[in-house]
Write a protein that binds this ligand. Structure first.
Ligand code: AMP
Length: 225
């Protein structure tokens, strides 16, 4: 199955969790620009040094930096059979550059999954979000709890909260989403490949809804060859 996918929606909508599930079901990489940037900050690469200050303030990192990072990532062998882009594009410029990039290599988007999510749900989720420092698994207190407090169920890594998941920065990130990213919903709606799901749903039932959606996409691709 061809699977060139964008996951679109506010921070805390559950995009990362669903991308992980889809990635392991379909064998395509989950490409999160937020994760890539956090890695670059941690490794103190030139890109990480430039991006760090924007991220700490809850602002968007300059388009040129993120676009070149995504371009390099999409060239890697594992992305040739598809990708699940999480947190990219976030601006009109990024969306247009992605269109050009894909056209240039004879590829196209198959589906844009829009996670429509209430602000109250997002706030609550981000404040309760804990991640594993070793494997990246996401927990959500009180809904998705680790068996042992502060320790990952999968790899026993230490759990931590993101710097930018503080209430003040969360509010800033939501405003940035409304101002700069929400317009992409219309941008992709016009292309006919936007599908809306409810980010308010719990991870398990949302995953089942998305599974049904992908099932019909798969059947459609088989029919059209
Ligand atoms: P996320 O993990 O997707 O919530 O991203 C965390 C932070 O990384 C954001 O608040 C931005 O500062 C930065 N970031 C991630 N993706 C992008 C992007 N596509 N464009 C600009 N900044 C980004």
């Amino acid at each position: 199955m061809r699977l060139n996918v964008i996951l679109l929606g506010p921070p805390g909508a559950g995009k990362g969790t669903q991308a992980e599930i889809l990635g392991s079901s379909y064998g395509v990489p989950h490409i999160s620009t937020g994760d890539m940037l956090r890695e670059a900050v941690k490794d103190k690469t030139p890109e990480g040094i430039e991006a760090g200050a924007f991220m700490a303030r809850g602002e968007l990192v300059p388009d040129a930096l993120v676009i070149s990072m995504v371009r390099r990532r999409l060239e890697r062998p594992d992305a040739q059979k598809g990708f699940l882009l999480d947190g990219f594009p976030r601006t009109r410029q990024q969306a247009e550059d992605l269109d050009r990039m894909l056209k240039g290599i004879g590829r196209a988007l198959d589906i844009v999954l829009y996670f429509k999510t209430a602000a109250a749900v997002v706030l609550k989720r981000l404040a309760g979000r804990w991640l594993c420092r070793k494997c990246g698994k996401i927990y959500n207190v009180p809904n998705v709890m680790p068996k042992k407090a502060g320790v990952c169920d999968l790899c026993e890594g230490v759990l931590y909260q993101r710097e930018d998941d503080k209430e003040e920065t969360i509010l800033k990130r939501l405003k940035v989403y409304e101002d700069q990213t929400a317009a992409l919903i219309e941008y992709y709606r016009r292309t006919g490949i936007l599908r809306e799901v409810s980010g308010d749903e719990e991870a398990k039932s949302l995953s089942a809804s998305i599974g049904r959606l992908f099932g019909s996409l798969e059947r459609g691709q088989k029919v059209s060859g």
